[in-house]
Design a protein around this ligand. Structure first.
Ligand SMILES: [Zn+2]
Length: 123
């Protein structure tokens, strides 16, 4: 899956999990209350089950929160040997260090790719 899609899924599912967790806790509280009022053990069992569900949701939220979505982005620096102009750009496929690429906007000398590196993006 792509970086954007994963980040979007994370942003979409986190609130869903939180809402579900609140609903499940309310149900558990309700069942516990019913148990104390009626003293029927089936209510206690159901309350326990919903608490388990709450626990799984909580661990799910924790996992989602801690999930690091990263991607590598490749950058390159093009510079002019004549006037010292340099610019950081997105790396393009096929570019390599010392490749001439376009011309300097200041003096017209051919620009040279002087560095290629990657950066980590995180969401
Ligand atoms: Zn120049």
């Amino acid at each position: 899956m792509s970086f954007e899609k994963l980040a979007e899924l994370k942003a979409r599912w986190l609130p869903v999990y939180v809402v579900l967790l609140i609903v499940v806790i309310v149900i558990a509280l309700h069942l516990a209350l019913m148990y104390f009022m009626t003293n029927e053990s089936s209510y206690a069992n159901l309350a326990l089950l919903t608490l388990f569900a709450a626990y799984f949701l909580l661990t799910g939220i924790d996992r989602l929160r801690k999930m690091k979505i990263t991607r590598m982005r490749f950058m390159e620096v093009v510079s002019c040997e004549n006037c010292g102009f340099s610019e950081e750009r997105n790396h393009e496929a096929g570019d390599y260090v010392l490749k001439t690429k376009g011309s300097c906007p200041k003096c017209g000398t051919p620009l040279i790719v002087s560095a290629i590196y990657s950066i980590k993006e995180q969401r």
